[in-house]
Design a protein around this ligand. Structure first.
Ligand code: G6P
Ligand code: MN
Length: 466
């Protein structure tokens, strides 16, 4: 093992020195932070099919959970072998940050600080008080947020220290909170913050209603997991197809796309999306708005003893462990069993767009700076952005957003800002303000009770709050 790692260090340092400060375009060293995640095979699959436009020669799985990382290492090694790439891609796994990040060119980050066990508490504790229990929205999202900020800032500091020229592409949730914290602590880091939700919404609609998403130029604004489409221009017919999509949503159920096949939670989400477009017509909302607009309904259709975390642990997590077991025991037949839709391709497309200066268009979470003209400049917003060698170039909407959306966003944004303040200032008072202002909360009473419960449940995962 030591031999492998000293080789890794030597190789990486040398390749960086050779290219000096110019961006490497070949023999790229890629690191997946949160390597043990069940999403890793999807990302690696996308990397494999992108080798021409994104020539990588080493892949390092970095995770603090050694056992999970080792499972994934076995699965990825098997994938590379199957694709006859074992000799072309050096695969490493490590729990050591210096080993992982030294000489890295691209880092894909997908941490889940505290794992599924903490996700379960994020979801279940608010539900005890009758409030929304969700991983990224509501108070569960705030609990996760304070853990995640700590974990992601650590990763960013490693990148800053060991690979300051590298690009960091981040999927770590809750995205608005972590990107706000990074904006404050490391304003100059080369980082893109992205979420696959818009792309999954588009993919689901396109497959249900017979469109090709590749022809679409969508217009969208919001905070992460908190936004609206205002138009979807379709190049193949040269018009905005959003009005007809909204009309179809009125009458036709949206079924889960094959990458979420059989998943009742997603079916409920799409049904709630139809309710939102019915009651608030004219815009296509991000499905996550259901938690803010209809907290009562989402509480009603969630089993407080068996939440999404349980579904994922009993599904995707077990399935991945099973894949690792089959690989280890060299079972015959079809071993790989995953389908996450565009999730892996989306992050890969971004990396390729940076590398090749493509200026492809993505939804990214960026400092507003006028993109939404009538919203504060320092809000982290999700808007379309073109991505090239110098990073993200967000578009400006050039229209003012309406008061309904603006009011919702401003309240949510203020709550998120307060939570990030609480993190940096170690302020209990700011955390309580954030919890109270969260749009899923009707009273400061449960806000305080839940905050106190979360302080206990999170222990050292959270900053100390005084
Ligand atoms: C979407 C969101 C992610 C979220 C995921 C949850 O992809 O964009 O931010 O983490 O759904 O999926 P899960 O299956 O873990 O509930
Ligand atoms: Mn997301």
């Amino acid at each position: 093992m030591i031999g492998v790692f000293s080789f890794l260090l030597y190789y990486k340092v040398e390749s960086k020195g050779k290219d000096g400060e110019f961006m490497k375009t070949n023999h790229l060293n890629v690191v997946i932070a949160g390597g043990g995640s069940t999403y890793t095979p999807g990302i690696v699959q996308a990397m494999i099919s992108s080798r021409e436009r994104f020539p990588f020669s080493s892949l390092t799985l970095y995770d603090i959970d050694e056992a999970r990382n080792d499972d994934m290492f076995e699965i990825i090694r098997y994938m590379l072998k199957k694709e006859a790439l074992s000799n072309e891609v050096d695969l490493y796994q490590t729990t050591d940050a210096q080993e992982a990040f030294t000489g890295a060119d691209f880092i894909f980050s997908q941490l889940r600080v505290g794992g599924m066990k903490m996700r379960e508490l994020d979801e279940k504790i608010p539900m005890k008080y009758g409030l929304v229990g969700q991983e990224t929205c509501g108070l569960g999202g705030f609990s996760y947020g304070l853990r995640s900020i700590k974990g992601l800032l650590e990763i960013v500091s490693y990148v800053d220290h060991y690979a300051s020229d590298a690009w960091l592409l981040n999927y770590t949730n809750p995205e608005t909170l972590v990107s706000e914290a990074v904006r404050r602590a490391f304003p100059d880091v080369k980082m893109l913050n992205a979420c696959d939700m818009t792309i999954s919404i588009e993919e689901t609609i396109a497959t249900n209603y017979g469109y090709d998403r590749k022809n679409w130029i969508p217009m969208y604004y919001g905070l992460n997991h908190f936004g609206w489409y205002t138009s979807i221009y379709d190049k193949s017919v040269d018009r905005d197809v959003l009005p007809e999509i909204l009309e179809r949503l009125e009458n036709e159920r949206l079924h889960v796309a094959d990458f979420n096949a059989g998943d009742d939670t997603w079916q409920e989400a799409w049904d709630m999306m139809r309710l939102m477009t019915k009651n608030f017509p004219g815009y296509l909302p991000n499905n996550y708005l259901e938690y803010y607009l209809y907290p009562n309904r989402t509480v009603e259709h969630t089993d407080p003893n068996y939440t999404r975390a349980n579904i994922v642990m009993d599904g995707r997590e077990k399935q991945t462990k099973e894949m690792a077991r089959k690989v280890r025991e060299q079972e015959k037949g079809e071993i790989l069993d995953f389908n996450f839709g565009e999730h892996g391709n989306y992050i890969m497309d971004m990396a390729a767009s940076i590398l090749n200066d493509n200026h492809d268009r993505f939804m990214l979470i960026v400092p507003n700076k006028g993109a939404i003209p009538n919203l504060r400049d320092d809000a982290m917003v999700e808007v379309p952005a073109y991505v090239g060698r110098t990073g993200a170039e967000p578009i400006s909407l050039r229209f003012a957003i309406n008061d309904f959306h603006k009011g919702l966003m401003e309240a949510q944004n203020a709550a998120e800002k307060l939570l990030v303040d609480a993190y940096f200032e170690h302020s209990y008072q700011k955390a309580l303000q954030a919890f109270t202002l969260n749009q899923t909360v009707y009273s400061a009473d449960p806000a305080k009770q839940i905050l106190d419960d979360f302080i206990k449940a999170n222990g050292d995962y959270w900053p100390e709050l005084n």
